[in-house]
Structures are given as structure tokens and as C-alpha cells.
Design a protein around this ligand. Structure first.
Ligand code: CMC
Length: 441
């Protein structure tokens, strides 16, 4: 296997890698070193009109063109529609690997051999328990609370259960709590689901895989033997694999930003879950299903797409900041949805989704803007065919993404150059003015 080059690992610029800049305000020339096609934002600060000037900053709302870290977890080529975890194509991982294998890969950058996998699975399984205090907390919550809010609250509460996790500069402490979070997130998600549906608590079964246990904990009636259809387990496993990591997305960026303050990992991933909940990010899978439910007939598809073009509506599950081509995850999930839903018989929502896709990808508005289905377009269809309601969908995304958040958190915490995330702003408020006492306002 080809190792990453020394240059890409260390970020050293060679002598000819220089960006020459002329500041026409002053006529001054500057030479900015280029590394990996980037310049250092701090180098811009040397560009000033006079000594008292603060210097230049890049302005990049939404961080559309700013690299915030060096990372070896995952690679995306948005123009080509390619996604790889440590060099392995997502399509192959989804087809051949279990989610546990992929978790090992995402955390260690190598696929496990049989012995390493067995050890990893045993460690995760041993941690698949729900602390009493979090169970009591869940039982005290309003059952109408959104499942993502319930998940966030429970994740945050784990910091109280494991105060030693605050020792974030200790690599072994980080490793232990990383494993614990991967193990506990499906337990928290499943017990929350049982609580909302009025089912009693249930234990994991040591003979079941991670995804089987996740589905068993949600679906097996209390006191009964687990009986989850293998096709459902396979689909859930593939969905978790496809969601495991996606480099600097909104929620991972939130985990990194919050984690950079050296807070405990439970608080950092709670921030990730909060970011994921939003409809423009992981919350889109719920919104896609609600959108599909709102379109009553295939004949209404063109009118719906017109309302997306006029700005009245948004085609949820379409478009991506990075992919300007088909999201490779959507291709795999679209096929999976066809398979799962086919078994269940004709499905009106799948037909509407397919009609929306077919019409949109031939329509000028969408082609000009390079808008294609993303990971959320078809995933909800599968969760729905499994019998889950749309409000639960984003929780499944969070279960899969937990490992990615933690891999990035670890990468950042292990980096000696890590600094607290603290961006700048362009101030647009009032200049200094005299204070006005209350009786004169
Ligand atoms: N429906 C209609 N128009 C759209 C859509 C859409 N889904 N997405 C983007 N556009 C238009 C947008 O109005 C803009 O048009 P114009 O140039 O005329 O102003 C143009 O396309 C560029 O869009 P943008 O909003 O500048 O793109 P962005 O990179 O800031 O946003 C996005 C990316 C994913 C937030 C956006 O495409 C969107 O809102 N999609 C729907 C929500 C969704 O499916 N989110 C899940 C993303 S994938 C899962 C994840 O990792 O989060």
C-alpha cells in the first residue's frame, strides 16, 4: 500500500511553491509559501497598508474554501463523486465490510484482521450498557421531545457518569471513552426509541452483531427472543458504514471546534449531534420523507420542482457543498432502497422519489447548479420500510457518524499544533460613541 508522502504528512513547502502577490494599494510585493495548494491564513496578516494596520484576513463565511486542519481519516473528490475511508472506496466498504470493521478502519486507518476485529468487537460489546442515571433521565423526558434532542441530552449526561473523561490529554483515557461512545450510542438511541413507543427496557445479546443488537434493542418486544430479518440487519449495517465519516462536515466541524477547548468528549459529541439535527445537515433525512409524504401524486412532481426553483420550497436530499456530481453514498443507498422496498411491494414514496430525481437531474435549474441526490435522499425510505417514523431517522445518522466524530476528535487532540478554534470577524457595528444615560434614551 502506498504511504502518504512526507510532504502531505508534514506540510512543508518546497522553494518554488510560492504565491507572489502585489498589493496595488501600496505597490508592495509579498511571497506566500504554498503547501498542498494552500497558503497560511496568518501569512496574509503581514500584508498591511501601514505599520498600524491590522493586516489582511481571508473572508469565508460557511468556510467554503478554507482548510481548517490536516486529516487522514477520509478523502472526498466532490467533482468526481468519490469518497474513500483511508484509501478504500465507500462502495466496496459498504458491500464487503461490517460496520465494526469500518469503525476499526476509521479509528486506526487500517482494516482489521480477524483477530483484531474479534478483540475490537468484544471491547465494544462489553461497553454496550446504559448507565442507570441516563435511563432515569430518559424516563423523565417528555416522550414528544424530538429523538435528536433526547440523544443530545443523554450524551451530555454521560459526562457526569464518567468524570475521568475530562482528562483529554491522556491518550488511553481518550481511547477508552471513544470505545464507550461507539458502544453506548446505539443503546441510548434504542432505549430512547423504546421509551417513546412505550416498550420496556431490554438488554443486548452477546451473540448478536452491533447492527443486529441495535435493531434487536429497538424492535424486539420485551420478554421475546430477538428475531430481526437478516435483510434488515444487512441494510442497517451498510447504512451505518455509509454514514461513518465525511471529513469536515458541519457536525464534525462542531465536534472539532468544541473539542478544541479541551472539554470532555461527551460534551464535544453533543455539539456534533446538535449540528447534525439541523435540516440542512443530518436532519434532511426526516425532511425528505415529510416532503415525499406531502406530494400526493406523481403528476404533482413537476409543480413541486417548480416551487423549488422559485425558492418557495427546497428539494430536500438534493445538493451538497462538496459534491458537484452524484454523491457516491446516494448511489449505493438508492440501490439498497430499491432492494429493500421491492421486497415490501410497490411503494408510492419510492416512485415519487424516483420521479423527482429523474425530472430534476434533467432540468436546467438543477444541472446548472450541479444539484444531485445526496446521502439523505433515499436513506429515509429504507428506515421507513423498516417501520421507523421520520423523527427517528437522524438518530440513525448519528449512530453511524459517532465514529467519524471521534476519529477527528482524536486526530485533533493528538496533534501538538492543536489550538483552540477561535475565528475572526469583520465588525459592522457602530464606531465608539458616548454613553447615553437611561433618562436621555
Ligand atoms: N433545492 C433547490 N435549490 C437548491 C438546493 C436544493 N436542495 N440546494 C442548493 N440549491 C440552490 C441554491 O438555492 C443556490 O441557488 P442560487 O445560486 O440561484 O442562489 C445554489 O443551488 C447553491 O446552493 P447553496 O445553498 O449556496 O449551496 P450550499 O453549499 O451552501 O448548501 C446544502 C448545501 C446541502 C445545504 C444545500 O444544497 C441544501 O440545502 N440541500 C437540501 C438539504 C439537504 O439535503 N441537506 C443534506 C446534505 S447531505 C448530508 C450531510 O452531510 O449533511
Amino acid at each position: 500500500m502506498e504511504e502518504p508522502s512526507a510532504d502531505s504528512a508534514t506540510g512543508t513547502a518546497s522553494e518554488q511553491d510560492i504565491l507572489a502577490v502585489t498589493d496595488r494599494r501600496t505597490g508592495q510585493q509579498y511571497e506566500l509559501p504554498i503547501t498542498d495548494d494552500t497558503i497560511q491564513a496568518m501569512d496574509l496578516r503581514g500584508i498591511k497598508v501601514n505599520e498600524g494596520d491590522f493586516g489582511m484576513m481571508p473572508f469565508d463565511p460557511g468556510l467554503s474554501n478554507t482548510a481548517v486542519c490536516r486529516s487522514s481519516v477520509c478523502f472526498i473528490d466532490g467533482e468526481q463523486g468519490i469518497l474513500e475511508y483511508s484509501g478504500y472506496r465507500i462502495e466496496e466498504l459498504a458491500e464487503h465490510c461490517s460496520y465494526m470493521e469500518v469503525c476499526y478502519l476509521v479509528l486506526n486507518r487500517e482494516l482489521p484482521n480477524a483477530e483484531q476485529l474479534a478483540e475490537f468487537e468484544a471491547e465494544v460489546r462489553a461497553d454496550m450498557v446504559m448507565p442507570e442515571s441516563v435511563m432515569r433521565l430518559q424516563n423523565a423526558m417528555d416522550p414528544d421531545l424530538h429523538p435528536m434532542s433526547m440523544l443530545q441530552t443523554s450524551l451530555a449526561a454521560l459526562a457526569g457518569e464518567y468524570p475521568e473523561a475530562a482528562e483529554v490529554l491522556e491518550p488511553e483515557v481518550r481511547r477508552q471513552h471513544t470505545m464507550r461512545l461507539i458502544a453506548m450510542t446505539p443503546v441510548i438511541a434504542a432505549l430512547g426509541f423504546r421509551f417513546r413507543t412505550g416498550a420496556g427496557p431490554i438488554d443486548i445479546r452477546p451473540e448478536l452483531s452491533y447492527s443486529e443488537n441495535f435493531l434487536h434493542m429497538m424492535l424486539t418486544p420485551t420478554g421475546e427472543e430477538p428475531n430481526v430479518a437478516p435483510a434488515m440487519v444487512k441494510a442497517m449495517d451498510a447504512l451505518l458504514v455509509l454514514h461513518a465519516d465525511h471529513e469536515q462536515n458541519c457536525s464534525t466541524n462542531a465536534v472539532r471546534a468544541v473539542g478544541s477547548s479541551q472539554v470532555n468528549p461527551y460534551s464535544a459529541v453533543t455539539a456534533g449531534a446538535a449540528a447534525l439535527h439541523g435540516p440542512l445537515h443530518g436532519g434532511a433525512n426526516q425532511k425528505v420523507l415529510e416532503m415525499l409524504e406531502s406530494i400526493e401524486d406523481l403528476a404533482d412532481v413537476p409543480a413541486f420542482l417548480e416551487s423549488c426553483q422559485s425558492g418557495d420550497k427546497r428539494l430536500m436530499g438534493f445538493g451538497h457543498r462538496v459534491y458537484k456530481n452524484y454523491d457516491p453514498r446516494a448511489k449505493v443507498i438508492g440501490k439498497l432502497a430499491g432492494d429493500v422496498v421491492d421486497v415490501a411491494g410497490p411503494n408510492r414514496m419510492l416512485e415519487i422519489a424516483q420521479a423527482l430525481e429523474k425530472t430534476a437531474i434533467e432540468d436546467d435549474y438543477f444541472t446548472k447548479r450541479k444539484l444531485f441526490p445526496n446521502v439523505d435522499f433515499y436513506s429515509g425510505m429504507i428506515y421507513s420500510a423498516m417501520g421507523f417514523c421520520p423523527r427517528s431517522f437522524t438518530v440513525f445518522f448519528a449512530v453511524g457518524r459517532m465514529v467519524g466524530w471521534l476519529a477527528h476528535w482524536e486526530e485533533m487532540m493528538a496533534d501538538v499544533n492543536n489550538r483552540i478554534v477561535r475565528p475572526r470577524q469583520i465588525y459592522t457595528g457602530y464606531p465608539r460613541r458616548d454613553f447615553v444615560p437611561m433618562d436621555q434614551r
